[in-house]
Design a protein around this ligand. Structure first.
Ligand SMILES: NC(=O)c1ccc[n+]([C@@H]2O[C@H](COP(=O)([O-])OP(=O)(O)OC[C@H]3O[C@@H](n4cnc5c(N)ncnc54)[C@H](OP(=O)(O)O)[C@@H]3O)[C@@H](O)[C@H]2O)c1
Length: 199
């Protein structure tokens, strides 16, 4: 199958490309990296990506910025980072993908453990991760042509502990390869409307 991976150069994306690449043709996409570039916050750009790539059997998104910081001085603009990037970016991909993917194709989005387990400075992340999952659970009921949609919800990655460790005391980090298998389950499996947790 032809599978588009948006965020292919990232910590999760690289592992997903390796796992899916064993059986599928991967089209690597990034904001500045990859075979194709897109800014997922721009719906016209996302539609243009699908036009450029042509017919595909699946799209995986492992991209989307969030804002981490204290609630006490959070601004609407800061809160908007997660809304525009991780939420609307992934929603944009799903909205466009439903018109371009081959029959029976799959859409796989990314949330994160903070959606279920709030952490200090994580208000934006908890809100956005929960919203991504809500979107997918409802969208699964309406998608046409046998299209499926799932969300992978990883805990903090072992490979990201240098960057995020101080936010995640007490959380058990998971290796990128184990997280990647959840994306494989979504792409190669039959389930839809599911949140696949890797904790
Ligand atoms: N890492 C973790 O521990 C962890 C745990 C749970 C959930 N998550 C979630 O998983 C997702 C990926 O995390 P990560 O750590 O793998 O990220 P990362 O290493 O920072 O990689 C991000 C990837 O997304 C691409 N990207 C960023 N903004 C984009 C945009 N606007 N349009 C298109 N592509 C864009 C980047 O492309 P360029 O390289 O070209 O800029 C890069 O390939 C995030 O939503 C994060 O919240 C991560």
């Amino acid at each position: 199958m032809n599978i588009i991976v948006i965020g292919a150069s990232g910590t999760i994306g690289r592992a997903v490309v390796e796992e899916l690449g064993a059986r599928h043709d991967i089209i690597e996409v990034g904001r500045t990296s990859g075979k194709h570039q897109v800014d997922i916050t721009d719906i016209a750009g996302v539609r243009n990506l699908f036009e450029r790539v042509g017919k595909a059997d699946g799209v995986v998104v492992t991209a989307g910025d969030l804002h981490f910081g204290p609630l006490s001085d959070m601004t609407p603009a800061q809160f908007g980072i997660g809304l525009q990037h991780k939420l609307m970016g992934q929603v944009n991909v799903a909205l466009a993908a439903q018109h371009y993917l081959n029959e029976g194709g799959s859409i796989t989005l990314t949330s994160g453990i903070v959606g279920d387990e709030p952490i200090r400075f994580g208000v934006n992340a908890t809100t956005v991760n929960a919203a991504v999952e809500g979107f997918a659970r409802a969208a699964a009921l309406e998608l046409p042509r046998g299209l499926r949609i799932n969300v992978v919800n990883p805990s903090v990655l072992k490979e990201s502990m240098d960057a995020y460790g101080p936010y995640f005391h007490g959380f058990e980090p998971v290796p990128a390869r184990r997280v990647a298998l959840a994306y494989v389950k979504s792409v190669d499996g039959l389930q839809t409307g599911k949140v696949i947790r890797v904790w």
